[in-house]
Ligand binder design. Sequence first.
Ligand SMILES: [Zn+2]
Length: 245
Amino acid sequence: MIGRRPAFPAVLLLAAACAHTPPVSTPAGFEILQSGGDDEAARQVARVLPGALERVGRWGTVAPPMVVRIQPSGEALAAAVGRPGETGLLGWARRGSVDIQSPRAWSRGRPTDEEFGALLAHELTHCLLFQRIGRAWAQRDVPGWFEEGMACFTAGERHPSADASALLPGPGTHPFDTELAYGTADRAFRYLLARHGDAAIRSLLDGLAAGRGFPAAFLEVTGTRVEDFEESLRAHLGTETAGTF
Ligand SMILES: [Zn+2]
């Protein structure tokens, strides 16, 4: 994708910490970058990063080197990830990096550590998935509901609504109603997890890492074709009431 990327001086967190704030160590192999004047955001990333990695660790280990770039605004983030105009983005994941909107720029107000940690856990879950897929991650055939549902679930997000019509059809899909789409993806992933358990998700990732496409890995692990699972999921979403999971 083509996007204007702001210049990032290599500002290391430890070098940016001032005398009044004890430096916070960063997990090995992680680098936190900011474009200047955002030391508090860098400290917040360092503070919440271990907890976020622990959540993602349920499925595997995010392999360093990793870079977390703090973008000063929604505009800067959208430009950096090649999606100009999508200024509502809070985070964006690639295989070896996460771009996030600075907490001081969030339109809903500065996030707590819990909220910010959830964002990082969400994006790092994507990183893990992309890393397991390997070099072909940009051409992945992972259903949108799996990709976003896995991230929403791992981050501990709660989305109130879900509807079968909002199942994300493909990777990188950008829905009109984000809240509904994420809620539906979250519910879909929970449904998969309830039926097959954690080990199946890890085996599925192993299948992707072994070079199998998502449909083949999914069938191997669950004994069900993706389209059959989605059909039963649609029926389930149509009948469930809030609080089923
Ligand atoms: Zn996501």
